[in-house]
Design a protein around this ligand. Structure first.
Ligand SMILES: [Mn+2]
Length: 291
């Protein structure tokens, strides 16, 4: 059983605590399956990954202490119930202090976390890496479906920045166009450089803190084949890592998730990419943030 993210022995009280919360929820995936196996695959892959980042010249084990929580038990009664169960669990934590790295599971796991942080930070902005805007008002009979997650986040008045979008309905497309004050989209066919993207986002959000919701399918399927809804033409690894480097020093990061990973039997490419993407965010942020 792999139940200790990165398999780090030492738990240093002087480092930034990161709660790693595996939520293997798979209830409403549209196509393909296997997101319930995402958290375990990420934890397992993390045992093989170097904690030192040679490019950033920083070691995540000198920056953060990871506290891996027990797996959230599977819930089969739908994403609305999942939302309530996750909210109940989060009551034991303080959004001002507790940094969560939540491992999905499908994208519906993000809203309870965003809602948790928004209570502390009503001006929170959400950076969403994703092939899809997830702006449907409801899907398969639920308003809490993975396809609706960003609509719920917009409902509570938060600014959102979807990056890597390349598949959306006409309605979602129009919704984005009609809400320029709340949504700043970066379509994958029209993506500026990492530096320019980060600059535009900083102008858009000002001093707001951010939450990152990272849907695996935002990445190109060549580096992330393990997802239920692969879309060609996605983000490449270099662009994403350079984007975090351009973003920080910059906004306060309150928490993040990585979701929609559906591991493929016989290949470790997807979960290894997932761990590298997570570590790049955390190492960049915690080594560069202004204290
Ligand atoms: Mn997606």
């Amino acid at each position: 059983m792999y139940n200790n993210f990165l398999d780090l022995e030492k738990k240093r009280a002087d480092l930034n605590p990161v709660h790693v919360w595996p939520v293997p929820y798979q209830g409403t995936v549209s196509f393909g399956d296997g997101t319930k196996d995402g958290p375990e695959a990420i934890l397992k892959a993390s045992y093989q990954i170097e904690t030192y980042d040679a490019e950033l010249k920083a070691d995540i084990s000198d920056l953060c202490t990871f506290i891996t929580l027990p797996f959230q038990r599977p819930n089969v009664s739908g994403p609305g119930h999942l939302y309530e169960e996750m909210q109940e669990f989060l009551k034991n934590f303080d959004p001002a202090r507790d940094f969560f790295l939540t491992l999905g599971g499908e994208h519906s796991i993000s809203f309870p976390l965003v809602d948790f942080y928004a209570k502390q930070y009503p001006d929170l902005a959400v950076i969403q890496i994703d092939a899809h805007p997830d702006l449907r008002q409801n899907f398969e009979g639920s308003t809490y479906s993975h396809a609706c997650v960003m609509a719920r986040i917009n409902d509570i008045g938060l600014k959102t920045i979807p990056i890597g979008i390349r598949s959306c309905s006409r309605k979602e497309s129009e919704f984005i166009k009609d809400n320029p004050d709340n949504i700043m989209p970066f379509y994958s066919w029209d993506l500026p450089s990492p530096l320019e993207t980060a600059g535009r986002i900083k102008d858009f959000i000002g001093n707001r803190p951010i939450y990152i919701s990272f849907d695996a399918d935002g990445l190109d399927p060549s580096i992330m084949p393990g997802t239920g809804t692969p879309e060609p033409g996605g983000l490449d690894y270099s662009w994403v890592k350079d984007f975090w480097k351009a973003l920080w020093p910059g906004p306060k990061l309150v928490g993040m998730d990585f979701c929609e990973l559906a591991p493929q039997p016989g290949s470790q490419v997807s979960e290894s990419t997932a761990v590298k993407c997570i570590l790049k965010i955390l190492t960049t942020y915690f080594s560069r943030r202004k204290l």
